[in-house]
Design a protein around this ligand. Structure first.
Ligand code: ADP
Length: 440
């Protein structure tokens, strides 16, 4: 190019010298130079016009305009540059199409929004699962299309470690699991997975456990009723039967306790039990439970201390809250040797309300703590016969707290006692006691 450039300069100067020479021949060298400059300027303007027209509409001509010398080189260079751009644009478009095709082929709904939730792009499955319309919904806020309050809270919270389960706004029989990832400039990539089958299986499992427990309750009540009568009249029985009858009566009452807990758990899980939004006076509830705990402790003489803060009103289902608190307080009695201390403390702070049940009992190896709330999980399986527990207590506590937007914290070390803390959010605290029900 450098080589061509000096050649073109030489040509221009040669042309101007020649035109001056012609002028000199006619005795007017300056006029000759001027005529040469005017001719060169006119030619340059013609080429600039060609360039201007080509740039304004490159697709009108097939390739770059024809020209000579320096202008020919400029046109060829620009043409090559343009071709390169077109090729890389086509390559990029092909890649974008491929990504879009593959995302469209996905069974999961994929949606891209900006940080405020304005929808930029979504695939075919999102249209099917969530009922979005390709033409009208672009740029709409996703909260206007998925109106579930839990979705808005999840979207705004920016904590996407756990997925969110919702029902589809367009097809209520479809259950979706929503997972959000942040990308780019605080934009969101939302993936909606159809988990209807899994949801139905889980529902079937819960219904099955609930139904079986219900069906077993009646025959078991009859059996334990007869056994109790036999135990009451044990003295009339032949001695070899006495022990057998007493053991059978004990096992029957364990099975009854188990079935009662299974039914309760399945009701709490399925939401069958109405989540009555009554207001519970925690002070009187804990006092009643601690009296029952003293009865349970009996001759073991546990010392039960209560420390209940000023704000005592909790919004929620009283019978569920009672089950949760009594499971924790009774566990403290069961897993604390005779004479031990149990401290029950209810306090509130900026984050919400907290019930702590601390004991000086046998403690739990920290390896078991993450699994303690699973059904039938026991830290020390050899002890459960002594305590007579069902293995469902902490599972019940966990589900009750989930129903009340709370969570359970467990702190314990073997031999150091344990502390179980129920955390409730601030919104669960109430200011005024429940209105007295009118009596007719
Ligand atoms: P269980 O009916 O066996 O008590 P839970 O679900 O109430 O069932 O408790 C699960 C397990 O957690 C218990 O088997 C026990 O090993 C452990 N655990 C619960 N509470 C305590 C406690 N206060 N101290 C020590 N271990 C406890």
């Amino acid at each position: 190019m450098q080589h061509n450039w000096s050649r073109y300069l030489r040509l221009i100067f040669g042309f101007l010298i020649a035109s001056t020479g012609v002028g000199l021949f006619f005795g007017q060298p300056l006029l000759g130079l001027l005529a040469g400059l005017v001719v060169y300027l006119a030619w340059t303007l013609v080429q600039a016009r060609k360039l201007y027209q080509w740039l304004a509409n490159p697709s009108a001509t097939d390739g770059a305009p024809e020209s000579l010398g320096m202008w020919g080189d400029i046109f060829d260079g620009l043409h090559r540059l343009n071709q390169g751009h077109l090729r890389s644009r086509d390559r990029l478009l092909a890649q974008i199409n491929r990504v879009q095709e593959s995302t469209n082929a996905m069974r999961d709904g994929v949606i891209m929004t900006d940080s405020r939730g304005a929808m930029e792009w979504w695939n075919g499955s999102a249209e099917y699962l969530l009922g979005f319309q390709r033409r009208s919904d672009r740029g709409q806020f996703i909260h206007n299309l998925i109106r579930t309050p839990a979705f808005k809270t999840y979207f705004d919270a920016r904590d996407y470690r756990e997925p969110l389960d919702i029902t589809s706004p367009a097809k209520p029989h479809i259950h979706l699991q929503i997972q959000i990832s942040l990308f780019g400039d605080d934009d969101r990539l939302i993936v909606a997975k159809d988990v209807t089958r899994l949801f139905q299986l889980e529902q079937m499992r819960r219904d099955f456990v609930g139904n079986v427990s219900h069906e077993m309750r009646t025959p078991l009540t009859v059996i334990s009723g007869y056994l109790e009568t036999l135990v009451d009249n044990a003295n009339d029985l032949p001695p070899k039967w006495r022990r057998a009858i007493v053991t059978m009566a004990q096992q029957a009452s364990r099975m009854e306790a188990l079935i009662t807990d299974l039914i309760l758990l399945s009701k709490i899980e399925t939401g069958e039990q109405s989540m009555a939004d009554s207001v519970t006076d925690v002070h009187s509830l804990i006092t009643q439970i601690s009296n029952d705990a003293k009865a349970l402790s009996g001759e073991q003489n546990h010392e039960i201390q209560l420390d209940i803060g000023e704000r005592r009103l909790l919004r929620g289902d009283e019978s569920q809250i009672r089950s949760a608190f009594s499971n924790l307080i009774f566990n403290a009695v069961k897993y604390t040797p005779a004479g031990g201390r149990i401290a029950v403390c209810w306090h509130t702070d900026r984050t919400g309300a907290h019930l702590s049940v601390r004991d000086t009992g046998i403690g739990i190896d920290p390896v078991h703590i993450p699994r303690l709330t699973e059904r039938f999980y026991r830290a020390d399986p050899s002890r459960h016969k002594e305590t007579g527990g069902t293995g469902l207590g902490l599972a019940i506590v966990k589900h009750v707290l989930l129903n009340h937007d709370g969570n359970l914290e467990i702190k314990s070390r073997i031999g150091d006692g344990s502390e179980f803390i129920c955390h409730f959010p601030r919104e669960r605290l109430a200011e005024r006691p429940p209105e007295p029900q009118p009596t007719n």
